[in-house]
Design a protein around this ligand. Structure first.
Ligand code: 5AD
Ligand code: SF4
Length: 475
């Protein structure tokens, strides 16, 4: 009889991808997925440490399993991902019913570790080396991932997939825990990446999103030859079946002309760039050790507008970072207005033990001030997003159709062939329109007739086809 796996994932796209791989490897060991913790033989939590709230959410989910574990001690409960790497055995103290702790660089061991627990070998911990726990090479090796295992059934849609091109981060922004949990920056070999893209295309994938913490810093050196992201995009453009290539997240300092020219010249590469600004104040950027000034970011925006004028640009912001004054924050608001991002993700600063920021500065902006700034910046960004979206009225866009729209999905409606569908434009805008479920997975032209800050609304264009002329072959 097949064993059942329950898996909860929080956090970034890297985690979504890691969960896909873990499911693929556990399927090979006879597991199938269940949505019901009661039915599960193994329960895994893929966790995030970027903000405290994500960690609290995981502890609260784990808390709900306490009784279940008391009643069924044979069920295996595991914590994987960034929290596992960051807190390691400390997790056992807060959640003593956890059996398994596995860092993001050790996920390939999960089937074996679960077996060890089942065989009565006690709690299992597998984590990668810390940033000071050995030679750079050994630390890097301990963070390597096992990407070629893919499981198309785990993806939100079969036509879209993530592909990791880079592991870890070496930028050490002072607020960020990622360099500690995911280890040193390392580019994966281009041959492996291209081979994986081919596998994805064979599985029916039309859109590939390349993942890296600073994806545009990607570099791979072998035999004296350096491959950069622009070169990789050129190679991926050749993969048949792939229609769209996106890449996230970008680091402002590494947005080179060469890369932007590749975005302009390669038809499959989406004119969409996620380049977090984080703050519009030089003083705060300096404290964050972001490695650029407002002037540098402006120069980069200028380069993008010059080389890829149709690009949609999106950003992340942290409000209420240590020492941020009203004046600093107003600079962020002004720069947001100037940059006119397609959208922005805005976060209240959350102090992370283990980061330089937590060591060096006091988390001195009160929570209500952080909340007010968050609301204000969100309102400014929403107004811009809406204005930008309204420019699409009357235009035709090419939409890769993802599935039924969550906006309108009602119970029981899943089976109806005609319903509201959703998809995205090449520049990553969400489009909702009436369609037929058999259109899911296709790329179709949609005429836009309405827009809000988050969504374009339209109708599929049925091309007017001229009369088809048949001629009889005269012998
Ligand atoms: N507090 C709040 N937001 C953070 N981010 C990263 N670390 C923190 C933190 N300690 C945000 C940044 C990053 C995004 C993924 O999460 O904006 O770009
Ligand atoms: Fe974190 Fe900065 Fe690296 Fe992004 S670039 S993962 S914010 S340290």
């Amino acid at each position: 009889m097949s064993k059942k796996l329950y898996l909860e994932t929080v956090g970034c796209q890297m985690n979504v991808l890691d969960s896909e791989m873990v499911v693929a490897s556990l399927r090979k060991h006879g597991y199938s997925l269940t949505q019901d913790p009661q039915q599960a033989d193994a329960l895994l939590f893929n966790t995030c440490s970027v903000r405290e709230r994500a960690e609290e959410k995981t502890y609260s989910s784990l808390g709900k399993l306490k009784r279940l574990k008391q009643q069924h001690p044979e069920k295996v409960i595991g914590v994987m991902g960034c929290m596992a790497q960051k807190d390691q055995k400390l997790i056992f103290e807060r959640a003593p019913y956890v059996d398994l702790i596995v860092g993001p660089g050790q996920l390939q061991q999960i089937p074996e570790l679960i077996e060890n627990v089942i065989s009565g070998n006690g709690r299992q911990v597998a984590v990668s080396l810390g940033r000071r726990d050995g030679s750079v090479e050994n630390i890097k090796r301990s963070h390597e991932t096992f990407d070629p295992l893919r499981d198309s059934e785990m993806r939100p849609t079969p036509f879209q997939a993530y592909l990791r091109i880079q592991i870890g981060c070496d930028k050490f922004c002072t607020y960020c825990i990622v360099p500690m949990t995911r280890g040193p920056e390392q580019g994966r070999p281009p041959e492996q990446i291209v081979a994986e893209a081919r596998i994805l295309a064979d599985q029916g994938c039309k859109e590939i999103t390349l993942l890296g913490q600073t994806v545009n810093s990607y570099r791979f050196v072998a035999e004296g030859k350096t491959t950069r992201l622009a070169d990789l995009l050129e190679q991926l453009q050749q993969v048949d079946g792939v229609e769209r290539i996106k890449f996230v997240t970008n680091y402002p300092k590494d947005m080179t002309r060469e890369l932007l020219e590749a975005v302009r010249d390669l038809s499959k590469v989406s004119p969409y760039l996620h380049v977090p600004l984080q703050s519009g104040s030089d003083r705060i950027l300096e404290r964050m050790k972001r490695g650029y000034t407002v002037g540098d970011y402006r120069d980069m925006m200028g380069r993008i507008r010059e080389i890829v004028p149709n690009a949609a640009i999106s950003s992340d912001f942290i409000v209420g970072f240590c020492g941020e004054t009203d004046e600093d924050f107003q600079r962020t608001v002004e720069l947001t207005k100037e940059c006119r991002f397609k959208n922005s993700f805005i976060f209240k600063y959350s102090e992370r033990p283990g980061t330089r920021g937590a060591e060096m500065y006091a988390d001195d902006v009160p929570l209500d001030v952080k909340q007010d700034r968050n609301n204000e910046l969100l309102a400014v960004q929403s107004a811009i997003s809406e204005e930008e979206n309204l420019q699409f009225l009357g235009q035709r866009v090419q939409v890769l159709i993802e599935g039924p729209s969550k906006l309108t999905l009602r119970k029981g409606q899943q089976d109806e062939p005609l319903q509201q569908l959703t998809g995205r434009t090449h520049c990553d805008r969400i489009v909702v329109f009436d369609g037929n479920v058999r259109q899911i997975g296709q790329t179709l032209p949609v005429a836009i007739y309405d827009a809000t800050a988050h969504t374009l609304f339209g109708a599929v264009v049925t091309e007017e086809v001229g009369p088809t002329v048949y001629s009889l072959q005269l012998k």
